[in-house]
Design a protein. Structure first.
Length: 411
């Protein structure tokens, strides 16, 4: 199981930051939090120590965010169940963040908040009245139910509002506690790939007030739909703008955009007209993500990882040798970038690291080739260079389990 955007990309393709860590000590384990030390396995490689993170009882997990307190958040499978729950791995405990009434939840994007605020998505117990297979279903099972964004703090998960529609998705959080994502309004959008996609959606910000009031961000140009994926502490927000289409990716991501002062600016592309998606932004306003190359007018993905600055525009990071696709998924304030590189047909994946002026590098080669774990994707990196992602514990030529991992630099 890969519980990040990498899982969504592979599924669809086959089917058609923050300030430095604060001095405060980690919060005490919540009621029901389990210690992780007894279940953690550590592997020492050439440049990193790899820590396998315990699950909530199942065999799969994904570390999709890591803040400057080395808190990893993501999702984990449950024992004896096909369900996944949003999960927090602190140095001393693993915490099941729960759900909003449904069976599944997850933290799917780099969150970056160092004050204990986590945002994600959760299935609810309410059947979707329009029968939509909405954005969340590409990341977690929703079983025909609606999905809402959530905010979690101090052991409590709270639902976030929509713009009048049925579904919403929460992604990034800044240090003030502003949350960005996207939400449906009540407009039936003719640009949706119906019948499973119906309502218009817009990029949104949930304010850090007591009511978590919501405000919409305008799409770029004449686009009807948009989604925000990340925010830095300067109030710069990145995301996508396009038509409703399938509600995540493809032509929903015609434009990679930045909102600064509420105004949407096109960040350009690597030549394609679809799948142009920023995934993270650091304090310097450097943006990473993935963008299609030319020749994608049929909507089939042709994306490479990109790095964007105001001065350079969008730079193609490329792929690992022999691979065809890549995505940059996380960046820290030092400009260190992590992501995933895929072979043709998305049959295999490898975690990568990159920094401007260097070549893209397979993270597996930096941890030692003889380890019993293969690092499948790297989804985030904090300012100390700690990396979170998903791995395969090898047993012969197969994976016996696919846990979340944390990579800690040895130097």
């Amino acid at each position: 199981m890969r519980t990040s955007i990498t899982a969504f990309i592979a599924t669809v393709a086959l089917a058609g930051c923050g300030a430095h860590a604060q001095s405060a000590l980690p919060l005490a384990p919540q009621s029901g939090a389990a210690p992780v030390s007894a279940n953690v396995k550590t592997h020492r490689g050439a440049a990193f120590k790899i820590v396998e993170l315990a699950t909530l009882g199942g065999s799969s997990g994904g570390g999709n965010s890591i803040n400057n307190r080395a808190w990893v958040s993501g999702a984990s499978s449950l024992a004896g169940s096909s369900s996944v729950h949003a999960t927090l791995w602190r140095p001393d405990s693993i915490v099941d963040l729960g759900t909003l009434g449904g069976a599944n939840s997850g933290v799917e994007w780099p969150v970056k908040n160092d004050r204990g605020i986590i945002a994600g998505i959760s299935e609810t117990s309410t059947p979707d009245p329009l029968g939509e297979s909405w954005s969340c279903s590409a990341f977690i099972p929703t079983n025909g139910h609606t999905c809402l964004g959530f905010v979690w703090r101090d052991g409590r998960m709270t639902a976030l509002s929509t713009l009048g529609g049925n579904n919403a998705y929460a992604a990034g959080v800044d240090e003030r506690g502003q949350i960005v994502g996207w939400a449906e309004n009540a407009t039936h959008d003719p640009t949706c790939a119906q019948p499973n996609h119906v309502l218009q959606f817009e990029a949104v910000v949930w304010e850090p007030d007591a009511k978590r009031s919501i405000r919409a961000l305008p799409p770029y140009g004449n686009d009807p739909d948009g989604a925000a994926t990340a925010i830095n502490d300067n109030g710069q927000i990145v995301g996508i703008s396009g038509i409703c289409d399938q509600q995540v990716g493809r032509f929903s991501a015609r434009h990679a955009v930045m909102w600064d002062g509420g105004v949407a600016t096109d960040l350009g592309s690597l030549g394609g007209v679809a799948w142009n998606t920023p995934t993270a932004i650091n304090a310097a306003g450097q943006v990473v993500g993935f963008s299609d190359l030319r020749g994608d007018r049929n909507g089939n993905p042709k994306f490479h990882a990109f790095f964007w600055t105001q001065s350079t525009g969008m730079v193609d990071i490329g792929t690992l040798p022999g691979d065809r696709y890549s995505e940059a998924l996380g960046i820290n304030d030092r400009g260190e970038v992590v992501g995933v590189s895929y072979s043709a047909g998305f049959k295999t994946s490898r975690a990568f690291v990159w920094q401007s002026g260097s070549r893209i590098a397979d993270l597996n080669t930096l941890v030692g080739r003889n380890l019993s774990v293969k690092l499948l994707f790297a989804n985030d990196v904090n300012d100390d260079g700690n990396i979170a992602g998903g791995a395969c514990v090898t047993s012969g030529s197969t994976c016996s389990s696919t846990p979340a991992f944390k990579a800690i630099p040895l130097h």
